[in-house]
Design a protein around this ligand. Structure first.
Ligand code: FSX
Ligand code: SF4
Ligand code: F3S
Length: 397
């Protein structure tokens, strides 16, 4: 069976090499990485390779609204060309304003032709938030408001994917400026789900990780459906865990070793960035495990020495001040981890102040769910919310 898997994968890799010029080795590496990102069992990379090789490429209509195009840039400017070649091989990108050669009426005709030819089968990808104030006049393409265009394109789509934080929850354009009396963003920027009035698959991040988009598209291709998501439409394979659960600096957090200022000894030694405002403890994403730019390990914000700003997470990214301390979600007492070194940086005691605060909070409130199983983050959080709600109801009575 093992041999047949390998044989299948090799044959598929040959087909893809002939078609795209991506070497068999590189292709199989991406298939293995995609299978890993999706959390699939051993052997799944062969199924992925076969699906990509046999690809009936799904037509993709890609819309741009209020954004910086960083989502497209991050997808198409990987360090090695492999990823972008494969993305463009896996999907048939029939409409993408930044990339298509056509312009003006010709471009709009291409969109409508692709939609008609693939009615009910195409994937709609939306990048950017949608302004709703003054009937949506702040963003128009070809004379049509973003609101109308997203509704028109979603009507006959097989699936809708909101890529980036802007399309997923409003992102940066939706944040409220610090002007006295301002209660919404200047243009009323909204998410795709808000406009369509139904949930869509969201791949937040500013920019999102290209592997999360590729893995979602490959899942659709291999299994004929989009991957399982949480209540916010985020694929669980990518957003099922807090950054803090997989961070390479986590042992420093547990041992109370923190960078206290940029460039200080703790920062230079790679200590935990919690006290510099790292939002990893309240942000769901797989940045530490897959990294960015295909440029090797450690290539993600915290890996480069900058606190996570929670760019994937509504209410945190572009909303909470960068240096404010993160809320510790599902904190696990440090005793449950093997101790590493006794030497404590910056005069902190064994259990960090942060961890102690979390434990004290748990003891006082009796509500925090301390779990050994870090995969239960979402469940733990839901339980915590239910317990909070129950307590509030009680206190109201
Ligand atoms: Fe938003 Fe994407 Fe940030 Fe930019 O366009 S998620 S501003 S990286 O590009 O939508
Ligand atoms: Fe990593 Fe940030 Fe958590 Fe520290 S607080 S362990 S830097 S995610
Ligand atoms: Fe964004 Fe934090 Fe990842 S800032 S890219 S969610 S590490």
């Amino acid at each position: 069976m093992g041999h047949s898997f390998i044989f299948d994968a090799e044959r598929a890799a040959e087909v893809v090499e002939r078609r795209t010029g991506v070497s068999r080795r590189e292709f199989l590496k991406v298939c293995a990485a995609t299978a890993g990102t999706l959390g699939l069992p051993a052997g799944a990379e062969a199924a992925i390779a076969k699906a990509v090789a046999a690809a009936q490429r799904p037509s993709v209509i890609w819309l741009h609204f209020q954004e910086c195009t960083g989502c497209s840039e991050s997808l198409l400017r990987a360090e090695h060309p492999t990823l972008e070649k494969l993305i463009l091989d896996v999907i048939s990108l029939d409409y993408h304003e930044t990339l298509m050669a056509a312009a003006g009426h010709q471009a709009e005709k291409a969109r409508r032709d692709a939609m008609a030819a693939n009615k009910g089968k195409y994937i709609l990808v939306v990048e950017g938030a949608i302004p709703t104030k003054e009937n949506g006049i702040y963003c128009k393409v070809g004379g049509q408001t973003a609101i109308d265009m997203v509704k028109e394109c979603a009507a006959d789509a097989a699936a809708v994917i909101a890529i980036g934080s802007c399309a997923s929850w409003g992102g940066m354009p939706s944040t409220i400026p610090s002007i006295p009396g301002a209660d919404s963003s200047p243009t009323g920027s909204s998410s795709v789900a808000e406009i369509l009035g139904k949930p869509v698959v969201t791949i937040p991040g500013c920019p999102p990780n290209p592997y999360n988009f590729l893995s979602t598209a490959v899942h659709f291709l291999t299994f004929g459906k989009l991957p399982a998501t949480d209540k916010l439409g985020r694929p669980l394979f990518a957003y099922g865990r807090l950054i803090h659960e997989n961070c390479e600096r986590r042992a420093h957090f547990d041992a109370g070793r923190f960078a206290m200022a940029f460039g200080d000894e703790g920062h230079r030694k790679g200590y935990c960035l919690y006290k510099l405002g790292c939002k990893g403890p309240e942000t769901y994403a797989n940045c530490p495990t897959i990294g960015f730019g295909d440029a090797g390990e450690g290539n993600w914000p915290v890996g480069c020495g900058h606190p996570c700003i929670g760019c994937t997470e509504q209410g945190i990214g572009f909303t909470k001040p960068i240096h404010s301390l993160a809320k510790l979600k599902n904190a696990v007492p440090p005793q449950q981890y093997p101790r590493i070194v006794e030497d404590q940086g910056q005069g902190a005691s064994f259990a960090s102040a942060a961890a102690l605060a979390a434990i004290a909070g748990a003891a006082a409130g009796g509500a925090a769910m301390l779990t050994r199983n870090m995969g239960l983050s979402h469940k733990a959080e839901e339980l915590e919310k239910a317990q909070d709600a129950a307590r509030n109801t009680k206190s109201e009575v």
